[in-house]
Design a protein around this ligand. Structure first.
Ligand code: NAD
Length: 491
């Protein structure tokens, strides 16, 4: 077992109590960079999950959480403070259990969401129009005063992935709790400790009432499925694979669950022929950041045929020199894949790319100097046709595909020729030309000449099979609310 630079929480938070599994069972938390066992966490069964759901239900139905906005605001601010106090321990924890490069923790893995994921929705509690005055109406000979009230949905099941676990979780927590819902969090089994830490902080450092926030860890995905099946859960907020997203919808249909799904992507970076190639094209290697384990990664690089060779040369150099290795080393931008299963899945896609006739230019295998841990080299395929498997399916690894196009029209066509619609970008010497492309791309987020859309006030999500609904922003906030119309006779 490794010596840890932080103290992990191994217990769950179930209805206000920090508890082990009833059976006493635990499962291992493994460092993906070296395969060492970091420690253990409680391994729940459906019994503890049902207890958590019942606690969340009771807290919603009988407590004042759903109606007491001042309490909610204070609690979110307390939780923010508690997280800031433990930020350095959380950073070490994320590096160890996620295999995230230290550098990435200063961005979206930790510091980015820590800054605003709780404080933005806390502020919205004061600013949101909970009670909209619609004025009087004359109907059936009566004069009525009319209102639109916004009310919380009830109990939300939050199911999270392992790639940016804290980022995804804390953005869900902020919006679910600010809107007056109660919740059960079910983290990915690969990265449980950042979630159990959150449970401990809620229990020990905030006035959040028992049952409002629960964390249930399990090595069994089907324990999470209890959330999708339970009639006591009103909504599922899920981030993960499209396959699981579809299953959640299917299982939730029986109880007509509201679903928010943030799923996969196969986004395109379009480089127009008037772009500054030396500054833009090598940057496409950023797809390898955190080993490509990001849903918004731009894994298809679209280059104009007129400057194709020049572009390939530049991106080849970018990929060949992408800094990877020990996640603790701040020089590295890429660590390991999360698990052996994911490593093998990525290698399978690389083999498929070769079989289907793409040209393997950089990487393609396991790095010899890293025998322990689940590593794949930064990998570049050129001469890719958009119909190939590696251009259509989400690989979730450090793999970039380069696809040539004829003109702007063709670039837009190829970018949109995908089952996914999550993100993308365009680079051009002309802002107007770039904006014209941006308007035609069917994705939920898009960057023009390097613009950054990330932030808790920005409603992030996908078109097509990349998801349903939005995380964050006003749209995300509203998604956690019911709408009630009310009228009374005017006096
Ligand atoms: P997954 O979708 O299976 O797992 C994500 C979460 O869903 C985990 O917490 C898991 O325990 C839970 N889960 C799994 N089956 C469930 C079920 N039937 N009911 C309820 N919850 C369930 O993802 P994975 O298998 O860990 O990764 C596979 C692929 O998912 C990746 O290669 C990648 O393409 C994609 N992925 C996407 C994102 C994203 O941010 N969009 C994140 C992680 C993974």
């Amino acid at each position: 077992m490794t010596d840890l630079a932080f103290t992990p929480e191994t217990r769950m938070l179930v209805d206000g109590e920090l508890v082990d599994a009833d059976s006493g069972k635990t499962f291992d938390n493994i460092n993906p960079a070296n395969e060492e066992v970091l420690g253990q966490v409680a391994d729940a069964s459906a019994v503890e999950m049902q207890r958590a759901i019942a606690g969340a239900r009771r807290a919603f139905d009988t407590g004042d959480w759903a109606t007491n906005k001042a309490l909610r605001k204070r609690c979110l601010e307390q939780l923010h403070e508690a997280l800031v106090t433990e930020a350095e321990a959380l950073r070490e924890e994320l590096i160890a259990e996620v295999g995230s490069p230290r550098t990435v923790t200063y961005m979206a893995q930790l510091d980015g969401p820590l800054a605003d994921a709780l404080l933005y929705p806390a502020r919205m509690i004061d600013e949101f129009p909970w009670d909209r005055d619609m004025g009087q109406s004359q109907m059936f000979g009566m004069t009525s005063e009319r209102r639109v009230w916004k009310e919380p949905l009830g109990v939300v099941g939050a199911i999270t992935p392992w790639n940016y676990p804290f980022e995804v979780t804390i953005n869900k927590v902020g919006q679910i709790l600010a809107t007056g819902n109660t919740m059960v969090l079910k983290p990915a089994p690969d990265t449980p400790w950042n979630a159990t830490r959150l449970g401990r902080l809620v229990a020990e450092k905030t006035d959040i009432p028992p049952g409002v926030f629960n964390v249930v860890t399990s090595s069994d995905h089907l324990v999470g499925e209890e959330l999708t099946l339970s009639p006591d859960v009103d909504m599922i907020s899920f981030t993960g694979s499209t396959v699981t997203g579809k299953r959640i919808m299917e299982k939730g249909a029986a109880t007509l669950k509201r679903v928010f799904l943030e799923l996969g992507g196969k986004s395109a970076q379009i480089v127009l022929d008037d772009a500054d190639f030396p500054s833009v094209v090598p940057m496409a290697s950023i797809v390898c950041m955190h080993a490509g384990q990001g849903c918004a990664m731009q894994t298809r690089l679209l280059l104009p045929r007129s400057r194709y060779d020049e572009g390939v040369e530049l991106i080849t150099a970018g990929m060949a020199h992408f800094p990877y290795g020990d996640p603790q080393d701040p020089a590295n931008m890429m660590g390991p894949l999360i698990s052996e299963k994911q490593r093998d899945r990525v290698l399978g896609y690389i083999a498929k790319g070769q079989e289907e006739g793409a040209t393997l230019v950089v990487g393609g295998g396991r790095p010899e100097h890293l025998p322990k841990g689940w590593w794949v080299e930064p990998t570049l395929f050129t001469d890719v046709d958009n119909s190939m498997t590696i251009a259509r399916e989400e690989i979730f690894g450090p793999v970039l595909t380069v696809i040539p196009y004829d003109d702007d029209e063709d670039a837009v066509r190829i970018a949109n020729d995908s089952g996914y619609g999550l993100s993308g970008s365009v680079n051009s010497g002309s802002h107007e030309r770039a904006i014209n492309v941006a308007r035609r791309i069917r994705t939920g987020s898009f960057s023009v000449n390097g613009g950054v859309w990330y932030g808790a006030d920005m409603p992030y999500g996908g078109y097509k099979t990349s998801g349903i609904g939005r995380q964050n922003g006003i749209e995300g906030f509203e998604q956690h609310l019911e709408t009630k119309i009310v009228a009374w006779l005017a006096s």
